[in-house]
Design a protein around this ligand. Sequence first.
Ligand code: SF4
Length: 186
Amino acid sequence: MSAAENVYPITELSPAELGGIFKGLGEPDYRLEQVRRWLYGRAAGSFDEMTDVPAGVRDYLAAAYYIPRPEVLETVVSAADGTTKYLFQLADGLAVEAVYLPGEDHDTVCISAQVGCRFGCRFCATASLGFRRNLTAYEIAAQFAIIRGERPERNVRNAVLMGQGEPLDNYDATVTAVRLLQDYQG
Ligand code: SF4
């Protein structure tokens, strides 16, 4: 679903706010975790995918919110070892990169924390982009969730914040994203 002006990204609601919506709808307490697992664990792209959530709840959410899931614009796969570079388009049209790194025992995903970067390290290509904006916690965690979700047969369990941007310059979202990864990608 596109980011229409009259809808709001559901991932910007706090757990308390989202839980309050379900309480107002008379839904059981477990509905909050159920929907959060779809968002952060499975990187669902639409409310229709939440098949264990009642249709009436899904319709209610879809009328008021959208899911700002990053879209995969391009992938480049290394023939040597399967390392895969991803270009994600964000809901506002900006783009960031992430990299899937296969290993022997487990795989790693290198994710971005910002679009561009305000620090001008001379050796770094991102520096030439300048700073565009911070990623949200959801946008940081979703890069991992999407890449992991494409490989259910692999042991993808390591995330490193070494993509675009300086994660400590986007501290709050980075910490929240790490917690989301621990809670829903563990
Ligand atoms: S992304 Fe990292 S290495 Fe690149 S300019 Fe920013 S702080 Fe420096």
